[in-house]
Design a binder for this molecule. Structure first.
Ligand SMILES: Nc1ncnc2c1ncn2[C@@H]1O[C@H](COP(=O)(O)OP(=O)(O)OP(=O)(O)O)[C@@H](O)[C@H]1O
Ligand SMILES: [Mg+2]
Length: 506
């Protein structure tokens, strides 16, 4: 017994903490089969305010013996808790636990009812305050991925770590393909304390994790894309065109097909070369300038287009986008190291890939083949870049209607408030890590699948790797502790060694 109910109301049950016990913010308690979670703590006292101040004054100013008679009876800590779940009926509780009910801490036994769903993704262990219970928490991968996942947190709270844990568990599972736009090159392979970590070191990584980089290490794939694969509509998000310029793009595309960019660059108004009727010289000139800058290409005196940048090529990379889409459709994890690309180029590449996936999956749906294909998700860091107000790109389309085609987003952000409410509400699983900014917490709480209106202080106090899962696929908002990715990899290595040794002895 650690406390007793002494008042309050449905969403705010008051509990007197037993002296000598320590109840923390986020602790899980049980009364009458009802699981409660602590969301606030206060001092309570039976003494008059003035008496308290007087006693304190005497202690501080050295006025002799100021022992408070029956201190543990007269002064206590008042705990405020909210009902989370009815452990017996397995529903949202609709009644109050009885008055004066004595509480106990929740234990792993209480969570026996949590089942391992189909296509389970492991997220972490149940957490009571900062204490970890030995109860693994899973979520149905197909459901969660296609209904989008939001991972909001202040920097350094463990967003990338969580995504690595999720992906590690998805490697080799053929039901999902995931595209990772890795702006910090931190997912595939990195060193920490002299040891190698990353998704590359998963035992099934060889055939299931595909890595592309603009500076590929020996044996890895080069992220090179042929400009023939760029279509006019891919560019709308990264270049601002006037209506006349936009018309010209499409005219050239219609006339020259996949050679449209080269045709624009090579066209010369004076010599009638590649000229298209109705396109004014100024329009053409500024189109040429914009395309050269955006795609990092140029043209020489002989009219040959050449590359100046790392990614777009005039000769190589004709199959890159198609290959990446094929890998995804095969249920693999594809990591693109975009660390040395400008934001615009990263967006352009992801737009090209995801538009292709989207149109493929749209036709699978029409042909009734969708159920035989893996679901596809795309991990995007700093999500407001693409999901922010006024953006019109493939990510917005996926957030709004991707679910119909089994395509989802894993959106990572420090700034949820920059994502329009309508889209936030569409991201149906939120794995909420610590956040110091109250405006951010407000945006997250306001769009969560469960009522988290009392969770503000709890979210503010979440430490690294501590999270709350709020999802339409969980019956209540589940507090969890996420594993450290590096410990996960180390454990896997130890296990593998053990298995190998066993084999030797057999
Ligand atoms: N669950 C965890 N257990 C132990 N350590 C963790 C956990 N999550 C993160 N860390 C450690 O905390 C540090 C920061 O984590 P991480 O890079 O995942 O944060 P982030 O939220 O992605 O930060 P940023 O906003 O800078 O990208 C790393 O050193 C990581 O190893
Ligand atoms: Mg990160």
């Amino acid at each position: 017994m650690i406390g007793q109910i002494i008042g309050g109301s449905y969403g705010e049950i008051w509990i007197r903490q037993k002296s000598g016990e320590r109840i923390e913010l986020g602790d899980l308690l049980v009364a009458d089969d009802i699981l409660l979670q602590v969301f606030d703590l206060e001092y309570g006292s039976l003494m008059e305010k003035n008496d308290i101040a007087r006693i304190s004054g005497m202690q501080l100013e050295g006025y002799g013996d100021t022992h408070v008679h029956e201190n543990e009876l007269r002064n206590y800590i008042l705990v405020k808790a909210k009902p989370l779940f009815n452990l017996r009926t397995r529903r949202i509780p609709k009644h109050l636990p009885s008055f004066f009910n004595i509480l106990r801490r929740a234990s792993s036994e209480d969570f026996k009812f949590l089942e391992k769903p189909e296509n389970a993704i492991y997220l972490g262990k149940i957490r009571s305050g900062s204490k970890i219970l030995d109860v693994p928490v899973y979520i149905n991968g197909k459901d969660a991925l296609t209904h989008h996942i939001l991972i909001p947190a202040t920097t350094g709270r463990g967003k990338s770590n969580l995504v690595k844990v999720i992906l590690w568990n998805l490697i080799g599972k053929s039901y999902a393909g995931v595209l990772v736009l890795d702006a910090h090159n931190e997912y595939y392979s990195y060193k920490k304390n002299g040891k190698n970590y990353g998704l590359k070191y998963h035992p099934d990584a060889k055939s299931n994790v595909i890595y592309y980089s603009t500076n590929p290490p020996v044996g890895e794939r080069a992220l090179r894309v042929n400009i023939k694969n760029v279509k006019p509509w891919h560019l709308r998000e990264i270049i601002e065109f006037s209506p006349a310029q936009e018309d010209a793009l499409y005219l050239y595309y219609k006339e020259y097909g996949e050679y449209w960019i080269e045709a624009i660059l090579a066209s010369d108004m004076n010599e009638e070369r590649n000229k298209i009727k109705g396109v004014k010289p100024e329009t053409l000139a500024s189109l040429q300038r914009k395309l050269k800058v955006a795609l990092e290409i140029d043209i020489n005196k002989n009219g040959e287009v050449y590359e100046r940048g790392k990614i777009f090529s005039t000769r190589e990379g004709e199959r890159t986008i198609r290959d990446i889409c094929d890998f995804l459709e095969d249920g693999k994890i594809v990591i693109l190291d975009t660390s040395s690309l400008s934001q615009n180029l990263e967006l352009l590449i992801s737009e090209m890939i995801m538009s292709e996936i989207f149109s493929r999956y749209k036709s699978y749906k029409e042909e009734g083949k969708l159920d035989y294909k893996p679901v596809i998700s795309v991990v995007i860091e700093e999500a407001p870049r693409v999901l922010g107000e006024g953006k019109s790109n493939i990510f917005g389309t996926i957030a709004r209607e991707g679910r119909k085609f089994n395509i989802g987003i894993i959106a990572i952000t420090q700034l949820s408030s920059m994502i329009p409410r309508e889209i936030l509400a569409n991201l149906n699983t939120k794995i909420i890590l610590g956040n110091e900014m109250s405006s951010e917490r407000k945006a997250i709480i306001g769009s969560a699948a469960q009522d988290l209106s009392k969770d503000d202080k709890m979210i503010a106090s979440l430490d690294r790797g501590e999270a709350i899962i709020s999802s339409i696929f969980t019956k209540f908002a589940i507090p969890i502790q996420i594993d450290s990715f590096e410990e996960l990899v180390d454990r896997e290595r130890v296990d593998r060694k053990r298995r190998e040794n066993l084999l030797l002895f057999e």
